[in-house]
Design a protein around this ligand. Structure first.
Ligand code: GLY
Ligand code: MN
Ligand code: MN
Length: 465
C-alpha cells in the first residue's frame, strides 16, 4: 500500500474529472473454489486497489463527487471472526490509513445509493467482471443483473483510464519489483530446460519463486513445447532435446503490480539453424518495437512495423514472397504472427481490460483495425510518457491455421505454402519485454531477461549463470 496522500490525491483527481454524481467502487469478495469456506487465493479488485488501497475482501468504496467526500463501507469483525482470523484492525483504522474518515457497515450502503437515485443523481460504476459484484450492483440499483453492463459509466471509465494509463514513480518501483521476480523466474526456467524434466516441474519451480517473493503469478503461466498454441496452459509433457520451450510468465509484486515476460528456450541448450533463423527474426521485431516506441507515435504503427520485420525476415527464408508492405497491408503476416504486439500493464497484466479494451487501447483518433491478427492488438493509441506496455512479437506455425489458409488460398500471392508446410511441428517463438515510455523514448523495465540466443544457450547448458 502507498501513503494515504496517494489515495487522497487519486480520489480528488477522479472527482474533478467526473464532475458530478456518486461513484461506486466495489471491492472483491472471497470466491469459493469447491465449497464456501475453501476459497481461491484472494485478489482485490484493481480499481478498488487504485483508489482505496486496502487488500481485504468485503469492502465497498463510494466517492461522492457532489458532496466532495469518500466513504468506506465494510463490516467490523465480531468475536467469531476473531477466533478464526485473529484480531483485526477496525474498519475506521483501516479507512484512516487511506485518508477516508467516513465509514459505515455494509447494510447502510443500500440506503446511500437509494437516496442518490431518488435525488436524480448520476450513479457511476465500471463493468463488473465477477458475478458477486454484478448481483450486488443489480440489487443496489434495481437493475436486472444481466442488464447491468448497459448502465456502466463511460465518463468514469474514461476518467480512470486517463489516470491509470500514466504510471507515477511509486507505481514504476512496484512494477520493477515484479520484473525482478519475473527475471528470476525466467532464468530459473532456462537453467532447468534439460531433456527428460517435466514441463510441470519447471512451471511449479518458477511459480514458487513468484509466490515466495510476491503475491504469486500475474496470470496463469504458459510453459510449453507446443508454443504454437498461444495460450497453452498444459504442462504435462517431458522435455525433449532439440525442441523449443516457450515460457510466458510474470509475477505480481506485494503491492499488486504485474510483470509479463516471454522467452523461448532450446531444450538441452542448442538452437538448430532453422530455430535460430526464426528466433533472430522475432528478436529483430522485438528490437524494432522497442526502438520505435516513444511519445507521440501510435502503438498500432509500431505493431505494423514489427509485422514488416517479420514479413521481410520470412521472405528472406523463402516462407513469404512478394512486396513486404503489401503483404502486411493484406494481413498475410498474420498466418505467422496472429496476435498484437502488446498491451498496457500495471495493476492488471492486461491493464484495465475489465473496462473494455476499446477504452484502454484506442481513442477517437486511433481505431482498431478489423483484420485477422491485427484485430487482436489490445493497445493501438498514441504513446505518452508514463505508459507501461509490453512488446511481444512472435512467429508460430499453427497446423490448423496453415491448413485452412492453404485450402482457401488466403494471401497465396504472399505465402509459399509448400515451404511453410515443411515447418509444421516447429512450434512457436515469442519474445516479450515490458517497457516504460519516457519523455523522449522508452526504457526496459527491470534488467532484460537474457535474450541473445548465444547467451540463452549458455545459460541452459550451465556455462553461464
Ligand atoms: N501473458 C499473456 C500476454 O502476454 O498477454
Ligand atoms: Mn506474456
Ligand atoms: Mn503480454
Amino acid at each position: 500500500m502507498f501513503n494515504k496522500e496517494t489515495y487522497i490525491q487519486r480520489r480528488a483527481t477522479l472527482r474533478s474529472k467526473v464532475g458530478s454524481g456518486l461513484i461506486l467502487i466495489p471491492g472483491n469478495q472471497e470466491s469459493p473454489m469447491n465449497y464456501p469456506q475453501n476459497t481461491y487465493h484472494f485478489r482485490q479488485d484493481s480499481t478498488f486497489l487504485y483508489f482505496f488501497g486496502l487488500d481485504l475482501p468485503g469492502m465497498f468504496g463510494v466517492i461522492d463527487v457532489d458532496n466532495n467526500h469518500d466513504l468506506l463501507y465494510a463490516n467490523d469483525v465480531d468475536i467469531e471472526d476473531i477466533i478464526w482470523m485473529g484480531p483485526q484492525k477496525s474498519i475506521a483504522e483501516q479507512a484512516f490509513a487511506i485518508g477516508v474518515d467516513v465509514t459505515a457497515p455494509l447494510e447502510k450502503l443500500a440506503q446511500t445509493v437509494e437516496r442518490a437515485i431518488k435525488a436524480g443523481r448520476r450513479i457511476h460504476f465500471t463493468p463488473p467482471y465477477r458475478a458477486e459484484n454484478q448481483f450486488l450492483l443489480s440489487d443496489l440499483l434495481g437493475i436486472k443483473a444481466f442488464k447491468i453492463k448497459q448502465y456502466v459509466s463511460l465518463a468514469l471509465i474514461q476518467a480512470i483510464v486517463s489516470m491509470r494509463s500514466v504510471k507515477d514513480a511509486e507505481e514504476i518501483t512496484e512494477i520493477e519489483r515484479a520484473c525482478a521476480i519475473g527475471y528470476e523466474m525466467h532464468v530459473t526456467a532456462m537453467k532447468m530446460a534439460k531433456p527428460g524434466i517435466m514441463e510441470q516441474q519447471i512451471a511449479g519451480a518458477i511459480e514458487g519463486i513468484a509466490l515466495s517473493k510476491g503475491t504469486g503469478t500475474s496470470f496463469p503461466t504458459i510453459l510449453t513445447q507446443n508454443g504454437e498454441t498461444l495460450h497453452n496452459h498444459n504442462h504435462s509433457f517431458a522435455l525433449e532435446a532439440g525442441r523449443l520451450m516457450i515460457v510466458d510468465a510474470g509475477a505480481e509484486s506485494n503491492g499488486h503490480y504485474a510483470s509479463d515476460f516471454t522467452r523461448t528456450i532450446p531444450v538441452g541448450g542448442k538452437f538448430s539453424q532453422q530455430q535460430k533463423d526464426i528466433y533472430n527474426i522475432v528478436l529483430a521485431a522485438n528490437d524494432k518495437g522497442f526502438s520505435l516506441s516513444k511519445p507521440g507515435v501510435t502503438y498500432q504503427s509500431v505493431h505494423l512495423q514489427a509485422a514488416r520485420v517479420i514479413a521481410s525476415g520470412l521472405k528472406e527464408l523463402g516462407l513469404m514472397k512478394g512486396d513486404v508492405d503489401e503483404a502486411v497491408a493484406c494481413g498475410a503476416h498474420a498466418l505467422f504472427f496472429p496476435h498484437g504486439l502488446g498491451h498496457m500493464m500495471g495493476l492488471d497484466v492486461h491493464d484495465m481490460e475489465d473496462y473494455g479494451q476499446i477504452h484502454v487501447g484506442y481513442d477517437h483518433e486511433v481505431r482498431p483495425i478489423d483484420q485477422f491478427g491485427t484485430a487482436y492488438l489490445r493497445m493501438g493509441r498514441r504513446l505518452e510518457p508514463g505508459f507501461v506496455i509490453t512488446n511481444e512479437p512472435g512467429i508460430y506455425f499453427i497446423p490448423a491455421l496453415v491448413e485452412k489458409w492453404e485450402k482457401e488460398q488466403i494471401n497465396a500471392q504472399f505465402i509459399n505454402y509448400d515451404k511453410v508446410r515443411s515447418y509444421l511441428g516447429f512450434g512457436g517463438i515469442r519474445l516479450e519485454d515490458d517497457i516504460l515510455i519516457t519523455d523522449n523514448g522508452a526504457r526496459l523495465l527491470g534488467n532484460r531477461v537474457p535474450i541473445d540466443p548465444a547467451e540463452v544457450e549458455a545459460i541452459v547448458a550451465g556455462i553461464e549463470s
